[in-house]
Design a protein around this ligand. Structure first.
Ligand code: NAP
Length: 291
């Protein structure tokens, strides 16, 4: 149980509600900052203004998946107020205090470094990335259905990258009856792609691999779907770019060629906020119980 642990949850979206629910069940003392418009009451949780928090009593701070912006401001959908987390506040916490965020940036990294606290970036963890690939793929299937006039079954799909998301994408589209080819660069990935029954190709050879695709799903966070690649792709192909912003596609050239290319960030939070929140909540609870 998390009895006696004081945890401050600052901002966020519907995913944070699952975290609040879980930690409240574990008997933590929760201070909710940026939740004025939240109607639900959670046992052990009180809504607070950040100025009223006594940071010297705080064991953990939970920021939203997006972390902060470069000014230290935290997004929240449950308040109209601007909430800023400062270095002074983090420095005022006890030395064992841990800050949890989805992703970080130079502002947050510097704030943590200067205050000598521990920062946990949840989205960098393998377990969260793999669990998150489930709603990501469901969102990708939804987009493929919405933006094409053909079935996934029988279509030719190129998946670029064979990491945590790429593997789940390839498996799901193949299970729906698509002919799936996967581009990767490591020989062990090529071997695994073959073992799983997909058609492998060396990602360096991408230009020669996309001339027959109906759907191209990119998971590589680097400029990979270049103008050269797009020049060989059928104009009726759909590109769904899952890689983090700015994606791996030359969107300007795709538009010029008349190829529909969609950057699709944050699918778990869009298509399954409750599940995405539960994924974070379960891992966070484990980490907090270990500390
Ligand atoms: P990952 O496990 O690190 O996989 C990335 C893949 O890209 C690996 O196969 C990697 O190959 C390959 N790769 C990286 N740089 C490359 C390059 N320069 N050339 C060729 N291949 C390269 O990451 P992930 O968890 O699957 O996530 C993939 C992307 O999706 C990330 O940008 C992540 O932020 C994003 N994402 C988006 C959503 C969404 O809702 N849209 C949800 C989850 C994640 P190696 O293994 O050989 O390095």
């Amino acid at each position: 149980m998390l009895t006696e642990k004081h945890i401050v949850i600052i901002g966020g979206d519907a995913r944070q509600l699952e975290i609040i629910r879980k930690l409240s069940t574990l008997d933590a003392k929760l201070s909710l900052v940026g939740f004025e418009q939240l109607d639900d009451g959670f046992v052990g949780a009180t809504k607070e203004q950040i100025a009223n928090i006594d940071f010297s009593t705080v064991d953990a701070i939970i920021l939203p998946v997006s972390g902060t912006n470069q000014q230290g401001e935290v997004d929240t959908v449950f308040s109209n107020e601007t909430i800023t987390i400062t270095e002074e506040q983090v420095k005022a916490t006890p030395t064992h205090c841990v800050v949890y965020t989805g992703i970080s940036n130079s502002y947050l990294d510097e704030c943590i470094q200067n205050s000598k606290r521990k920062l946990v970036k949840l989205l960098e963890r393998d377990d969260i990335a793999i669990y998150n690939s489930i709603p990501t793929v469901e969102g990708t299937v939804m987009m493929a259905i919405q933006h094409t006039d053909i079935t996934i079954h029988g279509s030719t799909v190129a998946v670029l990258g064979f990491g945590r998301v790429g593997m789940s994408v390839a498996r799901t589209f193949a299970a729906l009856g698509a002919k799936v080819k996967v581009g990767a660069r490591e020989s062990e990935h090529i071997a695994r792609i073959t073992e799983m029954g997909f058609t492998p190709f060396d990602i360096k050879d991408i230009v020669h691999q996309v001339s027959d695709v109906d759907l191209c799903i990119n998971t590589v966070p680097a400029k990979i779907v270049t103008a050269n690649v797009l020049a060989t792709m059928p104009t009726n192909a759909l590109i769904i770019d899952l890689a983090s912003k700015p994606g791996g596609t030359d969107f300007r050239y795709a538009e010029k060629r008349g190829i529909k290319a969609l950057l699709a960030p944050g699918l778990p939070g869009i298509v399954a906020p409750k599940t995405a929140g539960q994924i974070l909540a379960n891992v966070l609870a484990q980490l907090l119980l270990q500390d």
